[in-house]
Each structure stands twice: as structure tokens, then as C-alpha cells.
Design a protein around this ligand. Structure first.
Ligand code: F6R
Length: 266
């Protein structure tokens, strides 16, 4: 696990965008991106849009798979993650809409939808880079504590903590859908590169447990300790609980120039 700590949330978001931008440039045949929603990636999407407008990156050949969607919301519902992605990224870059995949939360057959979603990822050649946020209870995607560490895309029930964290968009936590379709931990672990972004002091406890705690289904993000290539991008507030902060900073500062992924793209 590489842990990169930046002073502010803006700097961390810019660094994440540079890392994603680099992966788009490296694979001209078309990067397969796994994408997240929520508050955390907003700054990163803003930076990616800026980089696209400055003609530094193109999404023309990109295929995108989102992690999750609420069950019971139509794609046109402004509270859906499809609407979120349209608003914050897809409508602002040159990605082909036919290559933007999000689980269909309005399906009548969630099980079939989840199986098909897994097949689509496989057909696309698997995910090159999976962007992840982190729940305060340690979830990634919507794999809540006690999720199987080898789970696949499926229907899950949100915890009260997660529903409360997402209450603003719905006008109260009791109005947040109880169920979601989410990629599983096994699905996420098959991405060739996992990039987890966590910002703010309310994530510090989950970050510390994910990076330095024991591997446990009770803190689903700790499965990333088993990933051969996982980059954790933090601001200082989110990193504040880490016992080995100084060591992570030393490692990152000592990287040779050719390994730096956080520098602005030409
Ligand atoms: C969203 C997702 C979730 C969020 C997490 C953090 O697609 O998969 O795991 O990343 O709930 O949410 P925010 O960023 O709103 O704190």
C-alpha cells in the first residue's frame, strides 16, 4: 500500500486527478476506469474536467464502470448516481455515453442485473484503475461491515451510519434508499490498480484502521492491504490518526522523479 499525504483536500484531489490522467495517457487503446460517487471525488472530477478542457487528456476511448447505485431510483432521478456522474463528469468530457456503465437501480431483477454487470466488466477486459472513497464505517463501494471479503456485485443493505451520511440529498436519512447494488470486494480487488481517496477528519479513524489495523470484514476497506497495487491519497486531516505518518511521508518524498504520479501533466 502506498500512502500519499497532501496538505489540503484540494492538493490531494489534484494529485488523484493527475494519477488518473496519467493512466488515460498511458493506455491509448482505452483505459477502463472504475469510478466512485459521493463528496470525496468531486474535486478530482473538477480537475479532470479542467485537464480535458486544456486538451491534456481525452476520454474518447475510456470505458467507465461505477461502483454502485441506489435501488429503486430511475436513472433520470436527480438523486441517482447516474445523474451525479452525468452532472459532474460525463457531460463535461468527451466520453461516449454507451461506454458509461452504472448498475441499474431501477431493475426488477437485481440478481440478473448484478451478474450482467460483472460480465460487462469482464468483457471490457477488467478495470485498469478503480477510484474509491471510504465510508466512516470502513466501507468501499457499498460493502458495509461484515461483507464477504470475496463478494461480487450484488444487492446490499446500507447501515444507519451510511444512510445518515447521505441524508442531505434525500431530505433526511430515513428517506435514503435502504438498498443498493454495489460491486463486491472481490470485484474491486480484481482492478489492476486501486486508488483510494479520503479527505477530512471524519475519515481519520477509518483510514487508520484500513492502513494499520488488522484485516477484517468488519472494516471492509482493510482488504486493500492484500492488493498488489493500491495507492491511498489523503489530506492531512484524514491522515491524522496514522501511527506511521512520518514513514509514509519519507517514502513518498524519496520517490525518484520518474515514479512521481502527482505532478501536473504536460
Ligand atoms: C460511492 C461509494 C462510497 C463512498 C463513501 C464515501 O460510490 O462507493 O463508498 O465513496 O460512502 O462517501 P463520501 O465521499 O460522500 O464521504
Amino acid at each position: 500500500m502506498e500512502v500519499a499525504i497532501f496538505k489540503t483536500a484540494d492538493e490531494a484531489s489534484r494529485a488523484a486527478a493527475c494519477l488518473i490522467g496519467r493512466s488515460l495517457k498511458e493506455k491509448s487503446s482505452g483505459t477502463v476506469l472504475g469510478l466512485a460517487t459521493g463528496q470525496t471525488p468531486l474535486g478530482t472530477y473538477e480537475e479532470l474536467v479542467k485537464m480535458h478542457k486544456a486538451a491534456k487528456i481525452s476520454f474518447r476511448n475510456v470505458t467507465a464502470f461505477n461502483l454502485d447505485e441506489y435501488v429503486g431510483l430511475e436513472a433520470s432521478d436527480p438523486r441517482s448516481y447516474r445523474a451525479y456522474m452525468r452532472e459532474h463528469l460525463f457531460s463535461k468530457v468527451d466520453i461516449e455515453s454507451a461506454r458509461c456503465f452504472i448498475p441499474d437501480g431501477s431493475t426488477r431483477d437485481p440478481r440478473a442485473e448484478c451478474t450482467t454487470y460483472e460480465e460487462k466488466i469482464r468483457k471490457a477486459g477488467g478495470i485498469d484503475l478503480q477510484l474509491l472513497g471510504l465510508g466512516q464505517d470502513g466501507h468501499i463501494g457499498f460493502n458495509e461491515p461484515s461483507s464477504s471479503l470475496s463478494s461480487r456485485t450484488r444487492l446490499k443493505t446500507l447501515t444507519h451510519v451510511t444512510r445518515a451520511a447521505n441524508a442531505a440529498n434525500f431530505g433526511g436519512s430515513e428517506k435514503v434508499p435502504q438498498h443498493v447494488l454495489t460491486m463486491g470486494l472481490g470485484t474491486i480487488m480484481e482492478a489492476r490498480h486501486c486508488v483510494l481517496l479520503a479527505l477530512g477528519a471524519n475519515k481519520a479513524d477509518a483510514v487508520q484502521k484500513m492502513v494499520e489495523g488488522p484485516l477484517s470484514a468488519m472494516l471492509p476497506a482493510s482488504i486493500l492491504q492484500m492488493h498488489p497495487r493500491c495507492t491511498v491519497i489523503l489530506d492531512e486531516a484524514a491522515a491524522s490518526g496514522l501511527a506511521r505518518q512520518n514513514y509514509y511521508r519519507e517514502v513518498f518524498a524519496g520517490k525518484p522523479a520518474w515514479q512521481r504520479w502527482d505532478l501536473p501533466l504536460d
